[in-house]
Design a protein around this ligand. Structure first.
Ligand code: DNO
Length: 393
């Protein structure tokens, strides 16, 4: 696999020369300043590509070329938005950038209740607490009928949180769930939004009446529309799984299980319609056998995210060190190395450590934590390549 790293563009405090020093070969980035839905211009793409090349690396993967909400819920302007998406793909293809990650999660991209959960060793990690998540839904968002979506024990935990959640805790929860994790990935809600909860409610209402079947149909519609330009330029689209892989806030989600992924790949059975194998997102689903999924979907995987969660029971999970979660990442490295396609791979997320805390990095995207994880995964890759060269795996 190709060692890649998610870089947030020229404003990122982690610079390209720093990445070169730690052995990164390919960059994963996007035109972060272009508003969602607008076409990516060829000159802007070429400028970033050349900036990366000047530092001895290549722009390997776009993460993400965001899919507008209207394409997902099937709004009246979806064809115009798909047309703009196709133009962006064409411009990327002409600039030689051929792996495009996107997701089809309505409104909310990834979600965590705590972005700096203290670990025993002094680092912090991303954390998901199901009861706090439900507390946001029921007590802050006040979504009608929300209670019906949670089991009794979680509802009891929500009641137990009532006396302990002060205004600051409530504010921090809103910030973690719908502001900090979202602003830099899809721009639906960004820092500085005066009324994020109200804004979030309006976004949710766009999906009134859109169920799983409708969302699936809208994804297939989108994929069929973009496949011709992908075929023309050899672009591989790769959908990112839902994170966490479960229904949230009454919204449909359609990319969280083996059955979901099978449906997506089979509905548009084209090599260019592929998967971002995000081991970490999939590992948060208790029902997912992540290694079996990697074996099944490797031939249609175009981009790999390596990390793993530790499940804590009751729907809670923490992002574990890359060597110590529920997924055996060594086996995943074996599966993807055997593909022989030098698949771009980035370590996903990382703990916050050794001075990362006050640098203002995007949550999950620390420098030292990710560098340690990259070193660990690089070690796994060396060992697996050695095994393969000796013909012993
Ligand atoms: C979070 C990321 C996601 C991912 C998008 C891809 O850290 O893995 O935000 O980039 O879902 O579209």
């Amino acid at each position: 696999m190709e060692k890649t790293w998610r870089w947030f563009g020229p404003k990122d405090k982690i610079t390209l020369p720093m990445l070169r020093q730690i052995g990164v070969e390919g960059i994963v980035t996007a035109l972060h300043d272009v508003p969602n839905g607008e076409m990516w211009r060829k000159e802007d793409i070429a400028q970033i590509r050349d900036m990366i090349a000047a530092c001895g690396m290549r722009w390997s993967v776009v993460e993400s070329l965001p899919v507008s909400e209207s394409i997902k819920f099937g709004g009246p302007d979806r064809d115009a938005l798909i047309e703009s998406y196709i133009r962006s793909l064409r411009n990327l293809g002409e600039c030689g950038i051929k792996t495009v990650c996107y997701n089809f999660m309505p409104v909310l991209d990834w979600a965590r209740t705590d972005l700096a959960h203290p670990m025993e060793d002094g680092t912090t990690a991303l954390y998901f607490d199901y009861a706090r998540f439900a507390y946001f839904d029921i007590r802050i968002l006040c979504r009608p009928g929300a209670e019906a979506d949670y089991p009794d024990d979680v509802l009891r935990k929500v009641e137990a949180l009532d006396p302990v959640m002060g205004p600051e805790d409530r504010h921090a929860l809103v910030d973690s769930l719908i502001v900090k994790t979202q602003g830099f990935v899809n721009g639906n809600i960004s820092e500085g939004d005066a009324a994020p909860v109200e804004h979030f409610r309006q976004l949710l209402s766009l999906y009134d009446g859109v169920d799983r079947a409708a969302l699936r149909a809208n994804l297939v519609y989108f994929l069929k529309a973009v496949m011709p330009v992908c075929g023309e330029y050899g672009i591989n689209m790769c959908i990112h799984p839902d994170d966490p892989p479960m229904q949230v806030f009454g919204l449909p989600r359609i990319a969280g299980s083996a059955e979901d992924i099978r449906f997506i790949l089979n509905s548009v059975d084209d090599f260019h319609n592929g998967l971002t194998f995000c081991a970490g997102s999939l590992s948060a689903g208790a029902g997912n056998d992540v290694e079996a999924m990697a074996r099944e979907f490797a031939p249609r995987t175009h981009f790999v995210h390596l990390r793993t969660c530790r499940l804590l029971g009751g729907g809670n999970f923490v992002e574990a060190p890359h060597t110590a979660g529920r997924v055996n990442l060594v086996e995943l490295v074996r599966i993807f190395e055997k593909q022989g396609r030098n698949l771009p791979m980035r370590v996903d997320h990382g703990r916050t450590m050794l001075g990362d805390e006050d640098k203002g990095y995007n949550p999950g995207y620390s420098f030292h934590g990710r560098m340690l994880a990259l070193g660990q995964v690089e070690g796994m890759m060396c060992a697996v390549r050695d095994e393969l060269a000796r013909g012993c795996c």
